[in-house]
Design a protein around this ligand. Structure first.
Ligand code: PA5
Length: 426
């Protein structure tokens, strides 16, 4: 179970005073009768997911692993960040994935798009296009380009067999394409929004292709439901309360800190989850993320002595996946023999302890400390559930809908009008 430490938040938090509020929040989530209640399908998904679809996901992943060099994942926002975060967190940045996973459809940059298309010229590749609406411009344009390249390389019939789509069961442009061309299709359930969809085919198919044990990931999610799906003694709600208190105390920014470069994308997923869920009605914490000790050499100065706008949430991993020992050196010209025989995990943990003391005791920056036992598929499944549950709790404490994103539509409408999309006027 994830532990939540509040002894570095520089104030006393009266959890008991939240008893009634938390009971109400919990009821809104369980009974699905609060704002956005129609999108709470994720909350019990670790128990209710479709086993038949999971078998098809595993079979598709096997087929992709056996027949292609690259899987091109076309998606944006909630339709890609979870898979990317999970693949990097579990396999690392230089993981020996049998199939290379390339993320596409998350940008309109011609430079990026051209580089990927050029790279694919000499590769065998399959496509997993992921879009609930099926009309997201970035994803749809990228998919059109990738599909054209695939058809040019292997012909229409083989291309159709190499395309796997994840979309809504009943509606959307991508569904129409699937029906017309016979692409294998997976479902993003209508009661689950993009940023809460990592346990569905949205996350599972790319993860399974990357060789991750998705059944262990779902087992972790189920543990998450057991530990963080209850009304009382719930660490996810405690974390929700702590960040709510710090927001009320005048800190508008929460910085998620990890000590692992392979968790950078987890930070991106977390930022979307909290930012898009909570940032409404001119309220909510701005989610930011940093990787220490790397960013101590860039942002560390600001955190220590800059404007006092942020608190940190430190994500500790208790047991490292591996360790590396500092070797002996005869000359010791670099003066490092005092670390000889020590593991880098020990050095990293001392850096963490020293930094927490510097930021909290000297800099007066409140720190919430979350500890996950192990970053493996099961641990990550549990951690993501913890964050999703905490996020729903935080939103309901702030009285905003955790599951919509009306503000995002504004840029889309302006862009469509400027591009001359039918039905949109300047
Ligand atoms: O979390 C969300 O709902 C969004 O980030 C969406 O996932 C994102 O906008 C992509 O939407 P779609 O899956 O419809 O292409």
């Amino acid at each position: 179970m994830i532990t939540v430490k509040n002894d570095h938040v520089l104030r006393t938090v009266d959890f008991a005073s939240y008893k009634d509020k938390i009971a109400k929040v919990h009821a809104l989530i369980e009974e699905r009768n609060g704002p956005g209640g129609d999108y709470l399908g994720w909350a019990h998904y670790p128990e209710t997911y479709d086993r038949e679809e999971l078998s098809r996901i595993l079979a598709a992943a096997k087929e992709i692993r056996e027949n292609y060099e690259v899987l091109l994942v076309c998606g944006i926002g909630g339709s890609y960040l979870g898979a990317r975060a999970a693949i990097e967190a579990i396999n690392g940045l230089y993981g020996k994935n049998k199939v290379e996973i390339i993320f596409f459809g998350q940008t309109l940059s011609p430079t990026y798009v051209k580089q990927v298309l050029d790279y694919l010229e000499n590769k065998t590749f399959a496509i997993n296009v992921i879009s609930k609406s099926g009309t997201t411009t970035e994803t749809a344009v990228a998919f059109r380009l990738a599909r054209d390249l695939l058809i040019r390389k292997v012909g229409a019939e083989k291309a159709a067999k190499a395309i796997f789509a994840t979309t809504d069961k009943e509606k959307g442009a991508l569904l129409q394409l699937c029906k017309k061309y016979g692409y294998e299709r997976f479902v993003l359930p209508s009661d689950i929004g993009g940023r809460y969809s990592v346990y569905t085919a949205v996350g599972l198919l790319p993860m399974a292709v990357a060789g991750i044990d998705v059944e262990a990931f779902l087992r972790g999610a189920k543990k998450g439901l057991e530990f963080y799906g209850k009304a009382e003694n719930n660490p996810a709600y405690e974390y929700g309360i702590l960040r709510h208190e710090l927001y009320k105390a005048g800190y508008p920014v929460e910085m998620l800190v990890t000590y692992e470069p392979s968790l950078v994308q987890l930070g991106e997923w977390w930022k979307q989850l909290f930012g898009e869920s909570e940032g409404k009605d001119h309220t909510g914490l701005l989610p930011d993320s940093a990787t220490f000790t790397t960013d101590l050499h860039s942002l560390g100065q600001f955190i220590q002595e800059g404007s006092p706008v942020l608190f940190e949430t430190i994500l500790e991993i208790a047991k490292p996946a591996v360790d590396v020992i500092v070797p002996h050196d005869e000359d010791d010209l670099d003066g490092l023999n005092y670390l000889e025989g020590k593991g880098l995990d020990y050095v990293n943990s001392k850096a963490r302890e020293g930094t927490i003391a510097a930021h909290v005791d000297t800099g007066k920056v409140p720190n919430i400390i979350l500890t996950l036992d192990k970053m493996d598929a099961e641990g990550l499944g549990e951690l993501m559930y913890f964050f999703m549950r905490a996020c729903a709790c935080a939103c309901y404490l702030n009285e905003v809908n955790p599951f919509n994103q009306p503000g995002v539509e504004v840029y889309k409408k302006n862009m469509f009008a400027l591009l001359g999309k039918p039905g949109y006027t300047k």
